[in-house]
Write a protein that binds this ligand. Structure first.
Ligand code: DER
Length: 240
């Protein structure tokens, strides 16, 4: 199976856990989209009914709206029955890195308010240690004084070999490079660890959140109820 087919297989398996009448946290990203498609199809066919979706991003909101999934928000539903979402990395303890799509704050709020959080991934997301993929560990920060906040983040890791941190940018149509802005009007600093994160994740989380300009980070520690992994042979593993 291609990586996208693996994502679809994992997503469809997760939707087996959806029951009519549930309030669902709707994830963000290319894996979660397959879950949205499947939920919409089951609703259309009457297999599922009375579902309310709480989208974890404006992108997911517009996709779900187009798929005619009934939507609401966290204020109306502060307790959510089930959330289904992708991840960028999964470690052996089911700790996650999320947020490479930029939606980590709303995802963490919604998935933190959920009774059961099922993560759906293709096998490429499994790592021995968070940060191990060498890809970004995102931190959402307020735009005010972003360069100062970046310097505080770098100071946290000044002794770490192979560490780097940089403001996430995007390129506008006219080619101008500008800061990436999240759904919440914030910026993102991406942290890079050449050898993965080599310190206690809980202590790192506390240190990050103590930096005043930091709104939230993309490490989801001890939040996943289960992880559904699909591999290239189409085999599914459900890890609890
Ligand atoms: O940005 C995010 O948090 C996404 O959910 C990410 O973790 C997974 O995105 P993908 O399914 O497109 O790989």
């Amino acid at each position: 199976l291609s990586q996208d087919e693996q994502k679809r297989v994992a997503a469809y398996r997760a939707v087996d856990f959806v029951q009519s009448g549930m309030v669902l946290g709707l994830g963000t990203g290319s894996t979660a989209v397959h879950a949205l498609d499947r939920i919409a199809d089951l609703l259309r066919r009457g297999v599922l009914h009375d579902i309310v979706g709480i989208p974890t991003s404006k992108q997911t909101e517009s996709i779900a709206r187009a798929l005619k999934i009934p939507l609401s928000d966290l204020d109306a539903h502060p307790v959510i029955d089930l959330s289904i979402d992708g991840a960028d990395e999964v470690d052996p303890f089911l700790n996650l890195v999320k947020g490479r799509g930029g939606s980590l704050l709303r995802e963490k709020m919604i998935e933190g308010a959920t009774k059961k959080f099922i993560v759906i991934v293709d096998e490429s997301k499994m790592v021995g240690r968070l940060g191990g993929s060498g890809l970004a560990v995102p931190v959402e920060i307020v735009p005010f004084g972003w360069s100062y906040t970046l310097s505080k983040l770098k100071a946290l890791f000044e002794l770490e070999r192979g560490f780097n941190a940089k403001l996430r940018t995007r390129v506008e149509e006219d080619g101008k490079e500008v800061p990436f802005v999240t759904d919440n009007g914030n910026y993102i600093i991406d942290l890079y660890f050449e050898n993965g994160i080599e310190r206690d994740l809980g202590m790192l989380s506390d240190s990050l959140l103590r930096i005043v300009g930091v709104a939230e980070h993309g490490m989801f520690l001890g939040m996943a109820t289960s992880v559904i992994v699909a591999n290239k042979d189409g085999e599914i593993t459900v890890i609890n």
